[in-house]
Ligand binder design. Structure first.
Ligand SMILES: [Zn+2]
Length: 503
């Protein structure tokens, strides 16, 4: 069941949204012990039998001590540099105290007042508007285990306990559900480009808490906020925020007050539901963890990490626009996913090998990828590398397009078949008869026939070619029909015009 939330804020209210993203780091082992953090014998840690992926440190046996995984610090520095943050030289881990069965220590090791990264930003674009959204902080922490509720009892699974995370906190600077979605997609692209996160949304590798409040337009005082917990799809975050904004405005307009609370999003009903009143930071009694020494990061380490960073999405986007002549929109779609950008670049390489320069191949390749292909990827929620489409399909299609052996409609048909079957372009084209006729000797007899069959239109055109220029379209249509839609339309237009004017 789904219903439409109509955003009727009038001119009275504006929304203020801040996002906290938990991003699972793609390190081989956990943050404070040597248990695997990603995969065990080909399975993800959430797929293997409960508690098999845990040790005395994961289970907080008395006398055990945590040992920090150096890779976690390196990945957090990567995240900070890619989002223009300042990296703290002195890092302290803190205990965040709370009781929950899936947290056997009784506290989570996190960072509090000294996070590893602060004061950065990322760029987002919605429509043609480009905005810088501040990143307040990024800190390192461990994931908790999982409570599994079944009937009258609950069991605990510690397979995920101690899996390393970074929490990335934006400033409360997002103004709409659409901007929140754009921010999440941009951040997702960054963490997957720099290789610190596997980016598997179904497994919760990248999940989001949204803080939402509304206030009278132009006000400087933020409204009371509600936090929507643990949403792991971009679309659901947008829907949850949209619902929440409308809910809060209607509470205020009805004379009520917003309570500070934690809410959950119910995707089936497309609503948010109250879970519990929200804790304040002081409820957690944070204090420095005495079991861990502070982590010193020197400039040399930061520079080493900086040098190892790949081209980032925004840099790639600028290069596509400036060097390849793509539109900002096309460049944005292509660089929105690392795999799509990689695929695009592979197609350009193949074209270059066949003598088509990147600059002249880029636009037609982008047209094919950002239209139908991007739509299908979204619909099926997969990466292009998981589809049957290969770079060869695109490079072959573009070569046929450029030699005018294939029309743009033909190219779309070709790709939609390749998407389903993965067959070679040559196989599909010859079986489906997709090539277009650009051969004058084949087209001319068809033109002759159509002209002979329509003397009235021929007469009208010849009497006043300027006023009746539209009639050329009529003749093009007739010849197209006669050739089963396979004539090259540009060429046809020229041939018909010349033929009619010649008399
Ligand atoms: Zn362990």
């Amino acid at each position: 069941m789904s219903h439409q939330h109509r955003l009727d804020t009038g001119a009275e209210f504006e929304a203020v949204i801040g996002l906290e993203v938990h991003c699972q780091l793609a390190t081989e082992s956990k943050i404070f012990c040597s248990c695997p953090a990603r995969r065990v014998e080909g399975k993800s840690v959430s797929e293997i039998a409960p508690n098999l992926n845990s040790c005395p440190i994961c289970a907080a046996h008395p006398g055990t001590l945590p040992v920090l995984n150096r890779k976690v610090v390196e990945y957090a520095i990567r995240a900070g540099l890619a989002t223009h943050c300042t990296i703290a030289k002195n890092n302290v881990f803190a205990r965040k105290n709370y009781f929950y069965p899936d947290l056997p220590k009784g506290y989570q090791i996190s960072q509090y007042d000294k996070p590893i990264c602060e004061n950065g930003f990322i760029e987002i674009s919605t429509g043609s508007v480009l905005r810088k959204i501040p990143i307040q902080r990024i800190h390192m922490e461990e994931d908790a285990g999982k409570s599994v509720h079944s009937g009258s009892y609950t069991t605990v699974n510690l397979n995920r306990a101690g899996v390393p995370l970074v929490e990335i906190v934006s400033g409360p600077d997002l103004r709409s559900a659409e901007e929140a979605g754009a921010y999440l997609r941009a951040l997702y692209a960054i963490v997957t480009y720099i290789g610190i996160c596997d980016g598997n949304l179904q497994e919760g590798n990248f999940r989001c808490d949204a803080n939402v409040s509304v206030m009278p337009k132009g006000s400087k005082v933020l409204g009371t906020r509600a936090e929507i917990k643990n949403v792991n799809s971009f679309k659901f975050v947008e829907k949850a925020i949209e619902y929440e904004i409308v809910r809060q405005i209607s509470v205020i307009q009805g004379g009520g007050k917003i309570v500070q609370e934690t809410r959950t999003y119910d995707a089936d009903q497309d609503i948010t539901i109250s879970m519990r009143s929200k804790e304040e930071a002081h409820d957690y009694r944070y204090f420095p963890d005495p079991d861990l020494v502070s982590v010193q990061i020197d400039d040399a380490w930061i520079e080493r990490v900086r040098k190892s960073l790949p081209e980032l999405p925004e840099q790639k986007k600028t290069r596509y626009v400036e060097e390849l002549g793509l539109s900002v929109y096309d460049a944005g779609v292509l660089t929105g996913s690392q795999t799509l950008a990689g695929f695009f670049e592979q197609v350009l390489e193949l074209l270059e090998k066949s003598g088509i320069a990147a600059k002249s191949g880029a636009k037609p390749v982008a047209n094919l990828l950002t239209g139908e292909v991007a739509r299908r990827l979204n619909e099926e929620a997969i990466e292009i590398t998981q589809s049957l489409l290969k770079p060869e399909h695109l490079s072959d299609a573009v070569q046929l397009l450029q030699s005018e052996a294939l029309s743009s409609t033909g190219a779309k048909q070709l790709l939609s078949i390749a998407w389903k079957t993965g067959e070679k372009v040559s196989v599909i084209v010859s079986r489906e008869g997709l090539t277009q006729v650009s051969d004058v000797s084949t087209l001319e007899p068809a033109i002759d026939q159509v002209i002979a069959a329509n003397p009235k239109q021929v007469g009208a055109f010849r009497a006043a070619p300027e006023e009746n220029a539209k009639l050329i379209g009529f003749f093009v249509g007739q010849v197209m029909k006669a050739t089963g839609g396979k004539a090259n339309p540009g060429m046809l237009q020229e041939l018909i015009k010349t033929r009619l004017l010649k008399g």
